[in-house]
Design a protein around this ligand. Structure first.
Ligand code: NAP
Length: 310
């Protein structure tokens, strides 16, 4: 029954990145009454990128926001309802499963969680200013834009090592900036990075400023031991200090791992009957638009099987 304060669907998808939209396309096309609750910032992480060159089907690349608007339109064409709101809370412990947005209750037989993850930020004002003008959180996405340039990678974990090694395919030099004198990264990843002659390490250094005009030109580092400042000329800054899965809403209701990622017990199923997850909210390994879209497709197919059995 649908009224002003209560609405019913077969499937509710929370989140609107490639996983959420792909799940929406598949679920609606399979004939289910499907709602996507997109969040206020519709479209996910790709809304903050420029040209996406590695999403198949676009031989000259496509702007991240255009790709997401196309996916949104494709969902709507299939009949998916999309509302541009933030979920206030969820109840996954009772059936039907319910999602609340302010005073309105949305219930469904199945929910697909596609809330993604957010790259951790340094918190510098210049970081936001230079976002997509030299500051990036994804080497696979943006590395190819920095051919023959000097770059900095911030962080000392496996991501920082992996990003630095990947960026040496394009960059003339990659400076890894780490705030301590030992790395958090696994020994094997450290070794691989250290054997790469294009990578230079700067230990005990905090990045305190990103400087440039219409793009990044240099960074200011402060030595954590001597407190001395030093400028480093770079044209790109890749921040690799970890990701935060967007799972606050589901704490104490769904099994999460120590880092807050959703644990899947079987393909795309969570530990709660009828609740599925897709994309970066559970996948901390691949984290690509195309893999998130693939997981969204898988989740919608798994939900179809679940609902058919019901
Ligand atoms: P992580 O292991 O949490 O490392 C984050 C790094 O960023 C740490 O070195 C940390 O410094 C630094 N950092 C955090 N906040 C900072 C700040 N505000 N300013 C400067 N530096 C800051 O994160 P991750 O590297 O993304 O890895 C996450 C998980 O994914 C790990 O379990 C990792 O093993 C896994 N992973 C595996 C692979 C692989 O096996 N190929 C690749 C990527 C990620 P401190 O060390 O001083 O805390």
């Amino acid at each position: 029954m649908n009224d002003k304060n209560s609405r019913e669907y077969d499937i509710i998808i929370i989140g609107s990145g490639p996983a959420g939209y792909t799940a929406g396309i598949y679920a609606s096309r399979a004939g289910y009454n499907t709602l996507i609750i997109s969040g206020v910032l519709q479209g996910g992480q790709l809304m903050n990128t420029t040209n996406v060159e590695n999403y198949p089907g676009f031989s000259s690349g496509i702007l991240g926001p255009d790709l997401m608007l196309n996916m949104l339109q494709q969902c709507k064409n299939m009949g998916t309802e999309v509302i541009n709101e933030e979920v206030s809370n969820v109840d996954l412990k009772h059936t039907p499963l319910t999602v609340h947005i302010n005073n309105v209750k949305y219930s469904a037989k199945s929910i697909i969680i596609c809330t993604g993850a957010t790259p951790k930020k340094l918190g510098l004002p210049s970081e936001d200013f230079f976002s997509a003008k030299g500051v990036s959180y994804c080497a696979t996405c943006d590395g190819a834009f920095f051919k023959n340039l000097e770059l900095a990678v911030i962080g000392g974990g496996d991501s920082a090592m992996e990003e630095a090694i990947f960026l040496t395919k394009f960059a003339s030099r990659v400076h890894v900036i780490h705030r301590r004198n030992e790395f958090r990264a696994s020994k094997i990843m450290q070794k691989r990075a250290m054997l790469n002659t294009k990578i230079e390490f700067h230990l005990n250094q905090n990045i305190v400023e990103i400087i440039g005009d219409n793009k990044v030109r240099k960074i200011l580092l402060k030595n954590t031991q001597t407190h001395e400042n030093q400028f480093l000329d770079v044209e790109g800054v890749f921040i690799a200090i970890g990701h935060e899965p967007n799972t606050q809403l589901f704490k104490n209701q769904i099994d999460l791992d120590a880092n807050g990622y959703i644990i899947l017990k079987n393909k795309t199923e969570t530990n709660i009957r009828g609740v599925f997850a897709a994309g970066d909210v559970h996948d901390h390994t691949y984290r690509q638009a195309i893999t998130a879209a693939g997981f969204g497709c898988m989740a919608a197919i798994d939900v179809d099987k679940f609902l058919t059995k019901l």
